[in-house]
Ligand binder design. Structure first.
Ligand SMILES: *[C@@H]1O[C@H](CO)[C@@H](O)[C@H](O)[C@H]1NC(C)=O
Ligand SMILES: *[C@@H]1O[C@H](CO)[C@@H](O)[C@H](O)[C@H]1NC(C)=O
Ligand SMILES: *[C@@H]1O[C@H](CO)[C@@H](O)[C@H](O)[C@H]1NC(C)=O
Ligand SMILES: *[C@@H]1O[C@H](CO)[C@@H](O)[C@H](O)[C@H]1NC(C)=O
Ligand SMILES: *[C@@H]1O[C@H](CO)[C@@H](O)[C@H](O)[C@H]1NC(C)=O
Length: 196
């Protein structure tokens, strides 16, 4: 219970931070900025998808454009947006897991054990994402990348848990989104490291 509260509180703090960054953006030539921003998004997604076979260009481009912020005019801004989207997705996934656990009947002990593991993994994931953002804002890109990798490992471990028990995973879509969004953030962080 306390842990759950802790996670919600962290998400809330992050939301405030994001809101601050959003409001802080000057209202300059929005439309010109927007075109520039989409160009940067597409270019970045292309660079990332050329580096990896798992990376989904369409997903990357569509996800980053969901945030209509002129803040996405540089790689740092894009990385923040990607991490914010990952945090939203992971937080939502956690609430889906909690609901599935509440709805459970006694009939599926294996799925129940898997869900319990996923609950821990995604709770840790949300906290780890906040750590990743904190490290990123301090310019510690290496640490941010390590935290993001840990979140991807957590989503994978959750998803594999069901496979190992030969249970159908109720979280396959969530794994896909969280993993891909995290991969977007990680790729951008790595680009910043190699540019530095
Ligand atoms: C960016 O990519 C999206 C999706 O692939 C595409 O629909 C859009 O036209 C592209 N925009 C620019 C400015 O390249
Ligand atoms: C890539 O992402 C798009 C948009 O989310 C999705 O429709 C498509 O199925 C994905 N492609 C693959 C290969 O999973
Ligand atoms: C998770 O990410 C996908 C892709 O960006 C998006 O379509 C979906 O709405 C997100 N879900 C939540 C709850 O943020
Ligand atoms: C949990 O049960 C309620 C009521 O039966 C249902 O509306 C809801 O969709 C279920 N949630 C999940 C995640 O299956
Ligand atoms: C989780 O989703 C990613 C794509 O986002 C996929 O590559 C990976 O295989 C999935 N994990 C499992 C265990 O299915």
């Amino acid at each position: 219970m306390l842990r759950h509260w802790h996670v919600s509180f962290l998400s809330f703090c992050f939301f405030l931070l994001f809101l601050f960054l959003f409001l802080w953006t000057p209202y300059d030539e929005i439309s010109a900025t927007r075109t520039f921003s989409v160009d940067l998004i597409n270019k970045t997604c292309k660079t990332c998808s050329d580096k990896s076979t798992v990376f989904n260009y369409t997903f990357c481009s569509a996800s980053l454009q969901e945030i209509p912020v002129s803040r996405t005019t540089n790689l740092q801004g894009l990385a923040i947006v990607a991490m914010e989207l990952t945090l939203q997705n992971a937080t939502h996934t956690l609430s889906v897991i909690k609901e599935l656990r509440r709805n459970e009947t006694w009939g599926h002990p294996f799925a129940s054990a898997c869900l319990r593991d996923c609950d821990v993994l995604y709770s840790d994931g949300v906290i780890t994402l906040v750590d990743a953002v904190a490290a990123f804002l301090e310019g510690k890109y290496g640490s941010a990348g390590a935290w993001l990798t840990a979140v991807m490992d957590g989503a994978t471990t959750c998803e594999e848990g069901f496979g190992d028990m030969e249970e159908a995973s109720p979280l396959t879509e969530q794994n896909y989104s969280v993993f891909q969004l995290c991969d977007v953030a990680l790729c951008i962080v790595n680009l910043l490291v190699s540019h530095a």
